[in-house]
Each structure stands twice: as C-alpha cells, then as structure tokens.
Design a binder for this molecule. Structure first.
Ligand code: SF4
Length: 507
C-alpha cells in the first residue's frame, strides 16, 4: 500500500486519525514538512543514519525505520555524525548494552559540534527499566527512546522529537498490535526478510527475549502472503520468514493455521524462487513441516535447529523442553526424509552448572548429528534472566570446554561441506566480492576479462565464490563446485551468461 500513498494528498488540517497505519501516514506528511523546513534553514540536505545491533529481526525492523526516514525526506547515510542517528539495539548479552553506552559517548561528541543533531534509541535494550533509568541519568543528550512494541509509531515519535524540546520516552510494556503497510527500505533488491510473528513464549532460562519482546503474536497469513506477492513483483526471488520460534506460528490466530500450512501457501506464489525461515525450536518441529519441506520445490535445503546443549541435565536447567535423545531422533528423522538437507545449529558452552561430562554429551550430539555448521557461543550471563542467578562456571573450565566443542564442530562440518565437491548446484548471486583475496581467486579460476569474483549462496546455505559479471547479482545461476576451502567453495558457472539476458545486462 505505501507505494501508492501520496503524502501531499493528506489533509493536515483535520487532526491525526486514530486508525493505523493512517495515523502514521498523517505524521509522515507532517514530519516531511518539518524536514523540508530544516533543510531550508540549514541550506543543505538533512541526513539520517540507522545503526543495527543484533539479529535478523532487528535488521528487518531497521529496514522499516529507514523506509520511514526516506519517505519523510531524510537523506540516508552510513555516517554516525548524521543529523538524525538511531541505534536499533540488542540486549541478548550484557556486553551488547555496554557497547551501546560506549558509542553513545561518541555520538555526544558529534552532537556538540552539530547542535541540530537528534539521537534516538530503540530495540530490545530500551525495554529494560534499568536501561531507561541509566539513560535518563547519564545520557541526557539522547532525544528519543522507544521500545519494540511501538516501533510502528516511529514517524509520530520523530515528529514529536523535532517539536518537543525534551527527552521523549515512549516504551510500552506489552502490545498485541501489529500494524501493516508501513514503508520499508530493503537492503537487498532481490532478497528480503519477512516477520511472520513477534515475541516468544518459551522462556529459555538464559534468554532475555521473552521479557523484552513480549508474548508470541502471529501476523495474519493474508497479510504475509500479500507482502510476499508485492516483494516478488518488485524483483525479490528469495524470502526469509522470521520469528523467534516459527514452529509455533499461528497458535494465537483464530483460524488455527500452522507454520507448515503457511509454507504451502507461500510456495504457491508465482515468481518466488526460494524460501528460507528461522528460527525453529526443536520441541515444536512437526512431522507436517518435514513433509512440506520434503515436497517443496522452493524451500531451501537448510534447517537451523538450535541444540544449545547435549546434556539432559543442562537442557532441563535451560528450560528447552527436549532431551538429547529426542533431539537426535528428530535430526535423524529429518535426514531420513530429506537426505540432502544441511542442518546447522547453535551451541552454548559454559551454562551454569555445566561439567566436563555435560560438554562430552554435547560433543556426542555433534558427532552423531554431523552438523553442516554450528555457531558456538560461550555462555554470557544476562542480568534479568533466571540463569544469571545460578552458580557460574569458572572461566578456565568454560574455555577448555569451548575449545573442545569448536574443534569437533570444525572437523565434522568440514567433512559435511566436502561432500558437495564436483557437484553442480544452483546459487543465488548475492554480491560482488572485492575483498583482499579476490584478485588471487580470479587468477586461480582463470577468469576472463571483465569478470569479477561473485559470491553466491547455495540452497543448503553454503557459500561459493566464482567468476562472473556484476549484472548477475540477484540471479540464480548453476555453479560447479570445484574446490572446497573448509566452509566455502570456489566454483565455476556452468553457463557464464546465465541470468544476464533476463536482467537485460546483455542485448
Ligand atoms: S526460544 Fe528460547 S532462546 Fe529463542 S527467543 Fe525464545 S526464549 Fe529466547
């Protein structure tokens, strides 16, 4: 809808509507006037910078913030000395907060040089009362603070920031409201994340998310499908459905749709070529979902299935609600049904009470499941979660356990990735790789004149670098996987001109 909204046609004499998103469009029109006045006063464009910390959910929400800033006349920039700077924060670890406090100090220096500057903070960190108290006391130069539940009201809040000369704090504890049809500025033209739900009900004992993002709320399937259809019309070929636990999608909706059923509907969208999703809680992964993945032509052959620990005792203390053996049985079932699937995971080492024996249990799961990749983290105490009050493991013991787990992950993942050697697979070309080793790789791959090093992603999420043309970014091409370099491949396109004609790169 937002592409069709004409801000000039909005009657500003009528007062703000109470309905959303109409109310936000009203404030976008007003904000745009304010931005125009500021531009005239300063005799230059008004710049804005959105800085994202944390996960894919935050990245997607930052695209919404950027969309509103662009629509209201700001010139987007990556410079943190812009006229309007917003930090979209993460609070998963205590040190994530410290990082933000440190960077706020730098912003204050910029603001002293540019008194027109506005500083805003949103995201998970601002949902915590202790954070708000600290900001009020020690960071009075921050102009706007809002939380995860009223992000949709960004235009209204920015407008007020320019007209109310005090620190504006609007943080809601809870909300079941989901506002559709607000502007979005996508980072990639050919792929996009889509929030299908917000919040989490699981309360894993180490995780702050349920406290700062609230209870699970699913978007209506028709809104999700409409958004994807529009994205496809706009050139998107790959989507990533996002939620803290996508497997419980639909539980709060009246028609009782499941995540698997939603996927079946998404699959029907013509022009859409690839579907990804994350994150999947093992306790809620259904047979129906495995079946849908097996039958699908579009769902990528990749499943991220967080393990966290292989010890039943630790899993219980984490409140994960599955056991070592039930997890392994699930992974085996998935591999039996979809043999070519890549399974990746998250592992925490050093959770309170973890012993060397518990770490051995985790290593046993890694050996038995044979992950294609695993993100291994040292447990980080998060104030405000139940685990923070438990007895912590000595640092040296954690380090020892971590090194063992990492070594095992690297060995097994390397073997898994090697099995694609020599295969021809489809890759979505994501970008031109102009990193320091690209020249060398191009020489090794006997690239022809005009070719650059492209980076593509296989359906199973493995990265491949190969020579090609910049115009092939955003297309799906077939690549022969020639040389495995640990976790990625060097390859060669089967048809070097694939995708270019459809894109009008060659005539
Ligand atoms: S499922 Fe657990 S780890 Fe994931 S967001 Fe919810 S509480 Fe946090």
């Amino acid at each position: 809808m937002y592409e069709r909204v004409d801000l000039d046609a909005i009657d500003l004499g009528m007062g703000p509507p109470s309905l959303e998103p109409q109310r936000q469009y009203y404030f976008m029109a007003k904000l745009r006037k304010t931005v125009d006045q500021e531009k005239k006063r300063l005799g230059r464009p008004l710049t804005a910078c959105v800085v994202t910390f944390g996960c894919q959910m935050n990245a997607r929400e930052s695209e919404k913030l950027s969309g509103i800033l662009q629509m209201t006349g700001f010139e987007l920039s990556e410079q943190e000395n812009s006229d309007f700077v917003i930090y979209n924060t993460c609070t998963v670890r205590d040190n994530a907060n410290q990082k933000v406090y440190g960077r706020l100090g730098v912003l204050n220096g910029y603001k002293k040089k540019n008194p027109n500057m506005k500083i805003a903070l949103c995201g998970c960190m601002t949902q915590e009362e202790t954070v708000i108290a600290k900001l009020k006391e020690s960071y009075p130069f921050v102009d706007l603070i809002f939380g995860t539940h009223n992000l949709y009201a960004f235009a209204e809040l920015v407008y007020r920031t320019y007209h109310e000369k005090h620190m504006l704090i609007e943080v809601w504890k809870e909300s079941d409201r989901i506002v559709e049809d607000l502007p979005v500025l996508r980072k990639y033209p050919f792929k996009s994340g889509i929030n299908i739900m917000f919040g989490c009900n699981n309360f894993c004992s180490y995780c702050i998310v349920p406290y700062v993002r609230g209870r699970e709320r699913s978007r209506e399937p028709k809104e999700i499908l409409r958004e994807i259809e529009r994205l496809v019309q706009d050139g998107v070929v790959e989507i990533m459905l996002l939620g803290q636990n996508v497997n419980s999608y639909g539980k709060n909706l009246e028609d009782g749709i499941t995540f698997a059923q939603l996927l079946r509907e998404v699959e029907k969208i013509e022009g859409l070529q690839r579907i990804r999703f994350m994150t999947s809680h093992p306790k809620d992964l259904s047979d129906e979902l495995i079946q849908v993945m097996k039958e699908s032509k579009k769902i990528c052959k990749h499943l991220h299935l967080p393990l966290q620990s292989g010890s039943d005792r630790i899993l219980k203390a984490m409140n994960r609600r599955y056991t070592k053996e039930s997890y392994i049985a699930l992974a085996e079932k998935i591999r039996r049904e979809i043999p070519e699937i890549a399974i990746t995971t998250d592992i925490i080492v050093g959770f309170p009470g973890e012993t060397a024996e518990d770490v051995e249990d985790t290593i046993d799961v890694i050996r038995r499941v044979q992950y294609d990749n695993a993100f291994t983290f040292v447990y980080s105490k998060r104030t405000g979660t139940p685990a923070a009050a438990m007895e912590q493991v000595p640092e040296e013991q954690v380090r020892e356990g971590f090194d063992k787990v990492l070594k095992c992950v690297q060995e097994t993942a390397r073997m898994r990735v090697q099995r694609y050697q020599g295969q021809i697979q489809e890759a979505l070309v994501e970008e031109v790789n102009d990193g320091s080793n690209s020249e060398e790789a191009l020489r090794e791959l006997n690239a022809t004149e005009g070719q650059v090093l492209l980076t593509g992603r296989l359906s199973n999420n493995t990265i491949v670098h190969f020579p090609g043309l910049p115009g092939q970014v955003g297309t799906i091409v077939r690549v022969r996987l020639e040389e495995c370099r640990g976790f990625y491949y060097l390859g060669r396109m089967e048809d070097p001109l694939e995708g270019t004609k459809e894109k009008g790169v060659l005539n």
